[in-house]
Design a binder for this molecule. Structure first.
Ligand SMILES: *Cc1c(COP(=O)(O)O)cnc(C)c1O
Length: 406
């Protein structure tokens, strides 16, 4: 078929392919492969208890919400999940979405307009950028996790909103939340934190209403299911309910999924699961160090190059209470299940990932433009379900793959 749009698509696809940047779906593995690429950090996505919770939720509330929240799709299942999230984080009110992408876009596009300035970390998620762009607000970005750079923008635009993540999705490092919170309060700014990768992994209270004005949590990462919530004051949530097009014109989250997420909020507070995840992260890092594999301490090399890093250490979460001092190997390391190995070149990154796949290990291969050009990387994620043997054999295979791939 010849049509200007079709021609444009073909041309763009050819260009992407030539640059080695063509994105395609691949069928998720079901057997044989050991998966270090997903975000199911606590292993809840495949848990029997969660399968039962989904069934129970479906029987009690139905599988579908049948309508948007303002019509008749808002049920007791949603209220109970919202209350549980508020109790856990200390926020006054909550509202639920079917995905984190939708929650972030909804928040940004409803909250801001062309008169506002949004100050954001350089590495915030695409859904935040999309939302800010559609709001027409001015977007000012600071160097990743760099307090000096953030402070300069906050001083320049007082009474604005500051947006960051908790654990960054591609770098696995953690934002200096306490310091940003202090800065925000001093300048009368709002602090908004996308806690997609932190919620369920970071200790309770690390991100909470005491420090953060608006918190976005998602259920597709550590909670192992689907959906998201915005948590904030009643004023903010009431405003969003009344004004967010994403919320008003979309079918409410399935009540069975809300019930499932509620159960996940309870399960993620179990200390033994968290302790196992933390032990696995420590084991991975210790093994990689022993093999001289370059781990990122602070993957935002842009900040490092600029020389603008704050002399103050970035805040790290306190250790999760557990029967054993699981993280005693390396007290200062990032306590994050996301462990990037920066390779640099797109094609070499793909080649190493494919070498690992041949050896039976699935890892994420992240290229630009998802990450800055020249910072393509393997994104290795740890889960509480990985065994020590699996982690040790991954690191051995990784060592060989790095050596064998020029
Ligand atoms: C995954 C992710 C989202 C989107 O959440 P979904 O529920 O997968 O749509 C938003 N922000 C960050 C930082 C994420 O990693």
């Amino acid at each position: 078929m010849s049509h200007p749009l079709m021609d444009k698509m073909r041309q763009q696809m050819q260009g992407l392919e030539q640059q080695g940047l063509l994105r395609q779906r691949r069928l998720a593995n079901t057997n044989d492969v050991i998966d270090f690429s997903h975000n199911d950090y606590l292993g809840l996505a495949s848990s029997g208890a969660q399968a039962n919770a989904l069934y129970e939720g479906a029987l009690r509330y139905g599988v579908g919400s049948k309508a948007s929240p303002l019509v008749s799709g808002y049920s007791q299942a949603h209220i109970e999940l919202e209350q549980s999230l508020c109790q856990y984080t200390g926020h006054e009110a909550a509202m639920l979405f079917c995905s984190g992408f939708s929650a972030n876009s909804a928040l940004m596009s409803a909250l801001f307009n062309q008169d506002d300035v949004v100050i954001a970390d350089k590495y915030v998620h695409a859904s935040i950028i999309t939302g800010v762009q559609s709001s027409k607000a001015k977007l000012a970005r600071f160097i990743h996790n760099d307090l000096v750079s953030a402070q300069a923008l906050i001083a320049r635009y007082p009474h604005s909103a500051i947006v960051t993540e908790s654990i960054f999705s591609m770098d696995g490092d953690i934002a200096p939340i306490d310091a940003l919170s202090t800065l925000a309060k001093a300048q009368g700014s709002l602090l908004v934190v996308d806690d997609a990768h932190g919620f369920g992994v970071l200790p309770q209270g690390f991100i909470s209403a005491a420090k953060v004005d608006i918190q976005i949590v998602t259920f597709g990462k550590a909670l192992g299911c689907q959906g998201a919530a915005i948590l904030a004051s009643k004023t903010v949530i009431d405003f969003l309910v009344a004004n967010s097009r994403h919320y008003i014109y979309s079918t409410a989250l399935s009540p069975a999924c809300a019930h499932l997420a509620l159960n996940a909020v309870n399960l993620c507070q179990q200390a033994d699961v968290s302790a196992k995840l933390m032990a696995n992260i420590s084991l991975f890092r210790a093994q990689a160090k022993a093999q001289d594999i370059n781990l990122s301490e602070m993957a935002g090399s842009e900040a490092a190059e600029s020389g603008m890093n704050s002399p103050e250490p970035v805040n790290r979460p306190e250790r999760i209470n557990s029967p054993e001092p699981v993280n005693s190997l390396e007290p200062d390391v990032i306590n994050s299940p996301i462990q990037p190995i920066i390779i640099g070149d797109n094609e070499r990154t793909m080649a190493i990932a494919s070498n690992l796949a041949d050896k039976g290990f699935m890892v994420g291969a992240i290229r630009s433009p998802t990450v800055p050009f020249g910072q393509a990387r393997l994104r290795i994620t740890l889960s509480a379900l990985h065994s020590s043997e699996q982690i040790i054999s991954l690191v051995n295979a990784l060592k060989r793959a790095l050596e064998d791939t020029p």
